[in-house]
Design a protein around this ligand. Structure first.
Ligand SMILES: NC(=O)c1ccc[n+]([C@@H]2O[C@H](COP(=O)([O-])OP(=O)(O)OC[C@H]3O[C@@H](n4cnc5c(N)ncnc54)[C@H](O)[C@@H]3O)[C@@H](O)[C@H]2O)c1
Length: 363
C-alpha cells in the first residue's frame, strides 16, 4: 500500500501537509492507517444532513477504529462558544483524549468549528478536514484558519491550526444545493481574478459543463482553484502579506452583508458585488480597462452571481467599512485586481473613490 495513489498538492508552510484532491471518503481510513499508527479513537464532527448523506461511506473505511459521530445543527450561528462547550461535553462523554483524531466532515462552518475545537481540546488534538461544500473544498479547508463567532463579530475567536491533511472527495458536491454552489463559485472566480488568468478563461469556456455538474470538469475546477489557495497560503500562512489578496471583494461584501443584516444577500452574492466594486476602484486607479471590467461582470453574471444591488445607501455602506478588521490606523486596506490574474493590496483609496465604486454597483 502506498500514498502515491491519491493525487495531492502539498501546502508547504510552517508544517507541510497534503491536500488530497479526488480521493474517496471510503479510503480515508486506509490513509489514516498508513500514516498515523497510534490512532484508536475518531470523533467525526458534522452537520446532521451531511452525516445522513456521507457518514456511512466514511465509516466503511473506519471499521478498525472506535468512532463517535457528533452532529451540529446547520447555520453560521453554530460557530459559537456555546456549541464549543457542548462539543467538549459530548467529546468527554465519548472518552476522547489527547490521542483522539477529529474529522471535520462538512462545509466551512463545520471546518471552522471542529477545527477550533481540535485546536483547543486538551491543548490540541489531531485534525483532518473533509470538506463537502465547494467553498470548503476550494477555500476554507485549506490554510489552517479556524474560528467561532462572538456577539461582537464574525470569527473574533480563532486559531491558526493547520490540519494533518485535507481529504477532498468531489462526489460529495453532487448533493450540494445550487445556492451553496454559487458561494463556492464566487470564491473560485475570485481565485482566478487574483492569481490565475487561465483559470478565469476556464470558467469562461466551461460554463455549460460546470452548470451541468460534469464530473471531470468539476474535478478540474476544484483542483485548479484549490491550487491557487494552496500556493498563496504556502507563501504566507499567517496573513502577513500575500494571503490578504484572498480578501478581494470581501471588504465591500462584508459591509453589504452587515448593512443588510445578513438577509437577502448570501456571502457569495456579497463577494460578487464586492468584486465588481473593487474592479471599478481598480479602473479609477488605472489598474484595469473597461473591457476587463465587462469581462468580470459577464463571468459572474454567467454563473447567476449578482453584479449590482438595489436600493442601498452608498454612504451607509462606506460607513460600515470603517470597522473592517483589515483597516490599519484608520486607513482602509483594499484588494484591487490588476487586470485579470493579478491583484494588489492598496492603502491608498480615498473615501471619495470608495464611495464612487459603491455607486457603480447600486441600481
Ligand atoms: N477558515 C477559513 O479560511 C474560511 C474561509 C472562508 C470561509 N470560512 C467560513 O466558512 C463558512 C461558510 O462555509 P460554507 O459556505 O461551506 O457553508 P456551510 O458550512 O454553512 O454549509 C452550507 C450548507 O450546506 C450544507 N451542506 C454541506 N455539505 C453538503 C453537501 N455535500 N450536500 C448537501 N448539503 C451540504 C450544510 O449543512 C449547510 O446547510 C463561514 O462560517 C465562513 O466564515 C472560513
Amino acid at each position: 500500500m502506498s500514498l502515491a495513489k491519491w493525487p495531492k498538492i502539498d501546502v508547504t508552510a510552517d508544517r507541510t501537509y497534503p491536500v488530497f484532491l479526488g480521493s474517496s471518503l471510503e479510503e480515508l481510513g486506509e490513509y489514516l492507517h498508513l500514516q498515523f499508527e497510534d490512532v484508536e479513537h475518531i470523533l467525526v464532527i458534522s452537520h446532521q444532513i451531511v452525516a445522513e448523506l456521507y457518514s456511512e461511506r466514511l465509516k466503511k473505511g473506519l471499521l478498525n477504529y472506535r468512532v463517535n459521530l457528533l452532529t451540529v445543527p446547520a447555520g453560521e450561528t453554530e460557530k459559537s462558544l456555546e456549541r464549543l462547550a457542548q462539543l467538549t461535553t459530548a467529546a468527554l462523554r465519548c472518552d476522547a483524549d489527547r490521542k483522539t483524531l477529529v474529522i471535520a466532515l462538512g462545509g466551512g462552518v463545520i471546518g471552522d468549528l471542529a477545527g477550533f475545537f481540535a485546536s483547543v481540546f486538551m491543548r490540541g488534538i489531531r485534525l483532518i478536514q473533509v470538506p463537502t461544500t465547494l467553498l470548503a473544498q476550494v477555500d476554507s479547508s485549506i490554510g489552517g484558519k479556524t474560528a467561532v463567532n462572538h456577539p461582537a463579530g464574525k470569527n473574533i475567536l480563532g486559531t491558526f491550526y493547520p490540519p494533518l491533511a485535507v481529504w477532498t472527495d468531489f462526489s460529495t458536491l453532487e448533493s450540494l444545493p445550487w445556492e451553496e454552489v454559487e458561494n463556492g463559485l464566487a470564491e473560485s472566480i475570485k481565485h482566478a481574478i487574483i492569481a490565475d488568468r487561465s483559470l478565469f478563461e476556464f470558467f469562461e469556456n466551461e460554463e455549460k459543463s460546470i452548470k451541468l455538474r460534469e464530473k471531470s470538469i468539476w474535478g478540474e475546477m476544484v483542483t485548479r482553484s484549490s491550487a491557487v489557495k494552496v500556493k498563496i497560503v504556502s507563501q504566507d500562512e499567517r496573513e502577513q502579506g500575500v494571503r490578504g489578496l484572498l480578501n478581494l471583494g470581501h471588504s465591500f461584501g462584508h459591509a453589504l452583508e452587515t448593512e443588510m443584516n445578513y438577509r437577502g444577500v448570501t456571502h457569495g452574492q456579497g463577494v460578487s458585488i464586492g468584486i465588481i466594486a473593487a474592479t471599478h476602484l481598480a479602473y479609477a486607479k488605472g489598474l484595469m480597462t473597461s473591457s476587463e471590467i465587462d469581462r468580470v461582470k459577464r463571468l459572474l453574471d454567467t454563473y447567476g452571481l449578482p453584479t449590482v444591488i438595489k436600493g442601498q445607501d452608498p454612504e451607509a455602506l462606506l460607513q460600515r467599512m470603517q470597522s473592517d478588521k483589515k483597516n490599519q490606523g484608520g486607513r482602509k486596506i483594499l484588494i484591487l485586481p490588476k487586470g485579470i490574474g493579478q491583484a494588489i493590496v492598496s492603502k491608498e483609496c480615498t473615501d471619495l473613490e470608495i464611495l464612487a465604486a459603491w455607486k457603480q454597483v447600486i441600481s
